[in-house]
Design a protein around this ligand. Structure first.
Ligand code: PXL
Length: 451
């Protein structure tokens, strides 16, 4: 397999959200093989940076030599450099390389601690900025590098030009901390030709996230290693980081951390979900007499990804499984977002037990319900007890009902209701996966007599 390789020169973050750990995750998730040169070891959690150990320049130089003398590197990222000795050593080692270099000018951690000792800012500017192809400051870092105060979009552009004059071929100023507009975040790119490109995104409602800056510069480095042109690489990295901010996780008591693996992980889950559900639908429709369990409103079997947040994260049969003569037939293909009702039921169930991710609705008649009661743990809810305020809100009835039923019995395999005016009675079979649900159907139908 052909592989593209990137190198990150950065500090270790023991909390795993930023620094070298963020770079490894981001680059790997984008299909790049990451090599690492560690410059410092930080002891930190989601609230504070407790200690910083800068490594000696000899050890850093040795790491750089080991990598550069052997492995063809397609792009380089520089993160935390901490002091003058490290700045000098990195600058010397990279000076004459013909590899795209992205410089993330890390001055302070999100929690406030200094990651570049202030007295070395001028060394940083004269020794590292001219070496890089792109520099990626946020608003505060851009202010520190230029000495400007940034209050307007005009100030951002002026500051980008100032930093470019210091020797950075291209500049992207990240707008996450720009307080001009609460709804929009804009990143401003100034490229080699002097052209500005602005990327706008709706602001994600999180207070602060740890690691988003590292994810952004690592993603740009990955896209440069994949040979994308620089502005395109910035645009793609911006989109990628926007998704990882949406999937931010709260792992400790302090600020949430970015989750750059989430998109890749969800995509891989989606593939497996589609595969397992396709097999299950195939099996289900071959079960003798299954069509006799299909209600007037037809059946659907669904399967959610582990991190499902809404019906778009739940796969089902588009157009449901319908009864045609004495056969059960899927109307169409299996898709995410194809089911509303059964998908809503599984999403509510997952709030009680994350391991239960699959469900199927079947007809509720006396004979079927009686068999369910004999074989499984069954609970129910009464639609007529649903408060009017909930009934009046579209889409609220099912979560209310499933919640009621599981509050009585949180381990139930089956939830039923007896219907209401205009609502057909229904049984929903739950399981950890579609195979589990199909096996429950087989047990319900075994030895069942139909006339
Ligand atoms: O987010 C910047 C950053 C970079 N590198 C290391 C860090 C941090 C922030 O905490 O710890 C090692």
């Amino acid at each position: 397999m052909l592989v593209r390789v990137a190198l990150t020169i950065a500090g270790s973050d023991s909390s795993g959200g930023a620094g070298i750990q963020a770079d490894i995750k981001t680059m790997s998730a984008l299909g790049i093989y990451p090599c690492t040169v560690i410059t410092a070891i930080t002891s930190q959690n989601t609230s504070i940076v407790d200690h910083v150990l800068p490594l000696d320049p000899h050890t850093i130089k040795k790491q750089l030599r080991s990598i550069l003398s052997d492995i063809p590197i397609h792009a380089i990222k520089i993160g935390m450099v901490y002091n003058n000795e490290i700045i000098t050593c990195v600058s010397h080692s990279l000076k004459n390389l013909k590899i795209p270099i992205v410089l993330d000018p890390i001055i302070a951690a999100g929690t406030g601690a200094l990651l570049l000792q202030e007295e070395f800012l001028s060394e940083f500017k004269t020794k590292l900025i001219p070496v890089c192809d792109l520099i990626t400051p946020n608003i505060q870092e851009a202010e520190k590098l230029s000495g400007n105060e940034i209050k307007s979009e005009g100030d951002i552009r002026k500051t980008a030009l100032n930093i470019q004059k210091q020797g950075a071929k291209n500049v992207v100023i990240k707008g996450g901390h720009f307080k001009n507009n609460d709804a929009i975040i804009m990143d401003t790119i100034l490229d080699e030709s002097g052209k500005f490109t602005v990327i706008k995104n709706p602001r994600v409602k999180v207070v602060e996230t740890h690691g988003s800056g590292c994810n952004f510069s690592a993603a740009i480095t990955a896209f440069l290693a994949l040979k994308f042109p620089l502005v395109k690489a910035c645009i793609m990295a911006n989109k990628y980081v926007h998704n990882s901010i949406i999937n931010t996780v709260k792992i400790g008591k302090g600020i949430p951390v970015n989750n750059p693996i989430s998109t890749m992980y969800e995509d891989s889950c989606k593939y497996k979900v589609l595969e397992e559900l396709t097999n299950a639908v195939d099996q289900l429709t071959k079960i003798k007499n299954f069509e006799r369990l299909i209600p007037e409103t037809q059946s659907n079997i669904v399967y959610a990804i582990p991190s499902a947040k809404n019906v778009e994260d739940v796969a089902g049969v588009d157009g449901r499984i319908v009864k045609v003569g004495n056969r059960a037939v899927p109307s169409s293909s299996i898709k995410f977002g194809a089911s509303r009702h059964v998908a809503t039921s599984i999403l509510e169930y997952m709030k009680f037990n994350q391991l239960v991710r699959s469900a199927l609705n079947i007809k509720n008649d006396e004979k079927i319900l009686d068999k369910c009661n004999r074989l499984f743990s069954v609970t129910h809810y009464e639609r007529e007890k649903e408060p009017r305020t909930i009934k009046n809100k579209e889409g609220n009835s099912i979560p209310w009902g499933v919640n009621q039923a599981l509050s009585e019995n949180p381990d139930a395999d089956i939830i039923y209701h007896k219907g209401d005016i205009g609502k057909e009675p229904m049984i929903i079979i739950f399981g950890q996966n579609p195979r589990d649900v199909v096996n429950k159907v087989k047990r319900i139908l075994s030895n069942m007599k139909f006339d």
